[in-house]
Ligand binder design. Structure first.
Ligand code: C2O
Ligand code: CU
Length: 532
């Protein structure tokens, strides 16, 4: 057993199977790590942190036109310690810059930037790597990072292809042209085989694109516009991140991770003091695998004004907002009728996420929410050049434990099978034969949800045909805008329509439950030019 392997077993909290190893290979008895109970923590004692806005350090020539200079940013990934809650010890995390989540990018549509992403992390990982997972074999460096700007239309070389990872001491300079509409994107790690661990360690941040159309709507801004990155974590009694493992030290990968500590912008159950007026919240589900179902304790609605990739055609009132990992919602909450109240943002109606403490009525309340936002043209189905049938499959083979999920029954290493033509439109049928909802994300493009329809899974496998239960169901108004991630619901065919605009080259599509993504639920795809 290598030293490295031993080290992570000691840190990983593996119990039973470690004891069953042959004598010679037996590691020192692992330290038992009991999880902290989130319910033991006093809620709403820490103010909600707001990550700072990052500024360029220089200007460098544009890769597209050397006569233009673009703002140049540098973000170093570093190990930090920060307190997640007043009553906890500092927690070791991996940060972009000096906070988790990292600093916020504020950019304008059409104005490109360059970012140097520098890996200044330690040489050893502090979370349990599974070397059976492809791309994370024991001959690979433990600490590898690559940054993906989720939702961005960028050239492949700046997209953070999972195999383009770099090790501590190295960096990559990416060009983000920002030729797209106002939206909140997010950046996060994407290193092959350990992505789930790097993001769990803290490698994520928000990236906001603005444009003139959005400016003209006079939405709440400045201190009245607040990003909320929501995610769950498991902590041990030493306040350290405790990424779960199986009992088998040779195969620690687990299919899903759910923590009971809910963090918003890096604090557990924080509070935010607000004025009795309208606020705009840019909400991100940054969890590895948890779907959030958010509501307000006073039963008030959210006014949802945008989806993953921009503004909806009109505000939609939502009482219970579902957000799968990687989905975003642009919300306006009106506190003007709640002066002096305390309102709790809840998950699943019962669990605290954060608290809003509403102050006195202010004279300068924001104006009314516009009745119309950004017009949305529906992509017509008849414009699709191609329709693809793509299965989501769970492989539960006794001889190939553990269970894992595949896209279209293909593995990461197999040849590209999805190769849309640049500037063409396609319809993808996501045929979910599993028992779980999988948030499916395509890099580089935006799409619209057409519908979802229940089908008979058994008939599909045995007779290779579709027997439907009922008619197709339209997307919820809250997801009827531009999307980059869609919930492919179990036992349903989810149809999306995609315009492959942007740049030719190799990208990926995958499930955004990071445990699934790391273990084969990710595929390369290639945008090809019409002639090629
Ligand atoms: Cu948010 Cu491929 O990722
Ligand atoms: Cu999945």
């Amino acid at each position: 057993m290598s030293l490295t392997r031993r080290a992570f077993i000691q840190r990983g909290g593996i119990l039973t199977a470690a004891l069953a190893l042959p004598q010679a290979a037996q590691p020192p008895a692992p330290k038992f790590r009991t999880n902290l109970q989130a319910s033991s923590l006093a809620p709403f004692v820490d103010a909600l942190p707001i990550p700072e806005v990052v500024h360029p350090i220089d200007h460098h020539p544009s890769p597209e036109d050397s006569s233009t200079k673009l703002p140049y940013y540098r973000i170093a990934m570093r190990q930090i310690e920060s307190r997640l809650h007043r009553d906890l010890k500092p927690t070791r995390q991996w940060a972009y810059g000096s906070s988790c989540p990292g600093p916020i990018f504020e950019v304008r549509s059409g104005q490109g930037i360059l970012v140097e992403w520098a890996n200044e992390l330690p040489a050893q990982h502090f979370l349990p790597i599974d070397h059976n997972i492809h791309g994370a074999e024991s001959d690979k460096p433990e600490v590898r990072t690559v940054v993906h700007l989720h939702g961005a239309k960028v050239r492949p070389e700046s997209d953070g292809y999972p195999e383009n990872w770099f090790v501590p001491g190295k960096s990559a300079i990416y060009h983000y042209p920002n030729h797209q509409e106002a939206a909140m994107l997010w950046y996060h790690d994407h290193a092959l085989g350990i992505n789930r661990l790097n993001v769990f360690a803290g490698l994520m941040g928000a990236y906001i694109i603005r444009d003139e159309f959005e400016d003209s709507l006079n939405l709440p801004k400045g201190k009245y516009e607040i990003p909320l990155a929501i995610y769950d974590r498991i902590l041990d009694l030493e306040s350290q991140l405790n990424y779960p493992v199986t009992g088998d030290p040779k195969a620690p990968w687990v299919p899903e991770v759910f923590g009971d500590c809910f963090l918003v912008n890096g604090k557990i159950f924080p509070y935010l003091e607000v004025e009795a007026r309208q606020y705009r919240f840019r909400v991100l589900n940054g969890a590895n695998g948890r779907f959030f179902h958010l509501s307000l304790s006073n039963n008030q609605s959210f006014h949802q004004i945008g989806t993953d990739l921009g503004l909806l055609p009109a505000p939609v009132d939502v009482k219970r907002l579902t957000l799968a990992p990687a989905e975003r919602a642009d919300l306006v909450i009106d506190f003007s009728g709640s002066a002096g109240e305390q309102i709790v943002l809840k998950n699943d109606l019962a669990f605290n996420v954060m608290q809003f403490r509403v102050g006195k009525k202010t004279a300068s309340g924001a104006g009314a929410l516009p009745a119309a936002l950004r017009p949305l043209t529906k992509i017509s189905e008849s414009s699709a050049l191609k329709t693809r049938m793509l299965t989501l499959v769970e492989v539960d083979d006794l001889y190939k434990r553990p269970v894992h999920m595949l896209l279209n029954n293909t593995h990461w290493n197999m040849a590209v099978t999805e190769n849309p033509v640049l500037d063409s439109t396609e319809i993808w049928n996501l045929i979910n034969t599993t028992d779980d909802s999988h948030p499916i994300h395509l890099h580089a493009v935006r799409f619209q949800i057409l519908d979802r329809r229940s089908f008979d899974i058994a008939a599909f496998w045995t007779q290779k045909k579709f027997v439907y239960f009922g008619p197709p169901i339209s997307p919820d108004p809250s997801e009827a805008g531009w999307k980059d991630t869609v919930r492919a619901e179990p036992g349903m065919i989810t149809r999306i329509i995609i315009r492959f605009e942007g740049y030719p080259g190799r990208y990926v599509w995958h499930c955004h439950v990071l445990e699934h993504e790391d273990n084969e639920m990710m595929r390369p795809y290639e945008i090809i030019t019409a002639s090629g």
